[in-house]
Design a protein around this ligand. Structure first.
Ligand code: BGC
Length: 428
């Protein structure tokens, strides 16, 4: 089989026509409706008890950010006229054993990190601080401070936390650590933090999205005028190919987070790895070499490096292949690898655009108003062509009306936003 024929085969698996995306938008609306009516739906549509900020919030707040690769603690100062200053940031890598250990170990780790942060930043324990807790998992909130974990996603699986109030677990851990200067004023999902951070200075902002380790979105529901956390990573009305099916089965949460597995940083590399393994096994790629792409070898970061190699001979790709024992690769093989990565990432970006379109047209079916979509996450920030492909896809879906949808990278949004949410809550 020629490389062109192989590519055609992979393309057939990963291509999503604009019509298929239109169908997806319709199915997404159906699931949103069912979710809002508390009927069976892959979209949880969780109320958040948060509204947009007014821009008048003031003061110094702490923010915790749990749910990505790092656990972060921030001190944020909110000044006049919507000004935000991040004064201190502490990053703490959560050991895998802690992510997957017991809830007590996880929350102890969080409290110890807060302690380290208070010492290192010289904030100390004398002044009382209100804290906003960004908890980036599906949770059922009962008010602005309390929320019960529905299920873990991404790499987390700490025992004894599902079904529990995570704020209470944090308070107990702070107590064990002897910290009594910190008061939890608000709890929010990272998408909500991101949207609030942008809306602090932009009243058109009505959607918040994360494209990172995981993916999700929130929006302002017109019927209730509140922010709803969609938990869109779990959307499951999408055509799956044989690689998606295999990928899902081999994951830690089969049947769950189906769309997340087609889009986000934690999963894309694994999907490409399955395609490569298949092509190697059927001797269509890297013939006569003992190449092996075992699980976990091909990461999303690697994909993005492969795609960003613009050299004529794809020398970075060559170096990479050399490093894993595939020496003397032919240029055509390297180009094929690059194209496979592109096909998988392009599908991710097109699905992302369709999901975004579904959320905006749910609020405004004819795109009469301007909508700012606040976006954060490493994938959006760093993956080559992410924003460009989303914009092109939105134009395919909406023609010139796509101009009504403005994508704004809201860096550190989840941390800053939750500080604003804490400010609103603390002064309410
Ligand atoms: C979680 C969401 C979160 C998203 C981005 C998903 O796995 O379920 O709550 O917003 O990741 O961090």
């Amino acid at each position: 089989m020629t490389n062109d024929a192989i590519l055609k085969k992979v393309k057939a698996d990963f291509d999503l026509s604009t019509n298929a995306l239109r169908e997806m938008v319709g199915a997404f609306h159906d699931e949103m409706r069912l979710g809002l009516e508390s009927q069976v739906s892959s979209l949880k549509m969780l109320p958040t008890f948060v509204d947009r900020a007014s821009g008048d919030e003031r003061g110094r707040f702490l923010a915790l950010d749990l749910g990505g690769t790092n656990f972060r603690v921030l001190q944020v100062q909110l000044g006049s006229g919507g000004q935000v200053k991040v004064e201190h940031v502490g990053k703490y890598i959560i050991p895998r054993a802690v992510m997957r250990g017991t809830g007590e170990q996880l929350f102890n780790f969080i409290a110890q990190s807060i302690d380290t942060f208070l010492v290192d930043s010289r904030i100390g324990y004398d002044e009382k601080r209100d804290l906003g807790f960004t908890f980036s998992f599906p949770m059922k909130q009962t008010d602005i401070v309390n929320g019960i974990l529905i299920n873990w996603t991404k790499d987390f699986s700490a025992s004894g936390v599902v079904g529990k109030n995570v704020t209470k677990l944090l308070i107990a851990a702070l107590k064990r650590q002897g910290i009594d200067s910190v008061e939890i004023a608000a709890l929010a999902n990272d998408t909500v933090g991101t949207m609030v951070a942008r809306s602090y200075q932009d009243q058109d902002c009505d959607v918040g999205i994360i494209f990172g380790t995981g993916t999700n979105a929130c929006y302002r529901e017109p019927s209730t005028e509140t922010i709803v956390n969609i938990e869109w990573g779990n959307f499951n009305k999408l055509p799956l190919n044989r690689y998606d099916v295999k990928h899902d089965k081999a994951s830690g949460n089969p049947g769950k987070q189906v769309m997340e597995k087609m889009i986000s940083g934690m999963y894309l590399g694994g999907l490409v790895q399955l395609v490569l393994s298949d092509l190697i096994q059927t001797r269509l790629m890297f013939k006569n070499r003992r190449a092996k792409f075992s699980k976990g070898v091909f990461t999303t970061t690697r994909m993005s490096q492969v795609e960003s190699d613009t050299s004529r001979k794809l020398t970075k790709v060559e170096d990479y292949l050399d490093s894993i024992g595939i020496i003397d690769s032919a240029l055509a093989e390297r180009a094929l690898l690059q194209r496979i990565c592109e096909l998988v990432s392009r599908r991710a970006m097109r699905i992302s655009a369709a999901a975004m379109s579904a959320v905006v047209t749910w609020m405004d079916p004819e795109l009469k108003d301007n909508h700012t979509v606040a976006i954060d996450g490493t994938l959006y920030e760093r993956y080559p062509g992410f924003k460009k492909t989303i914009l092109a896809t939105l134009t395919q879906l909406h023609g010139k009306d796509a101009g009504k949808i403005k994508l704004v990278h809201t860096k550190d949004g989840s941390g800053i936003g939750v500080a604003v949410v804490a400010a609103v809550a603390a002064h309410a």
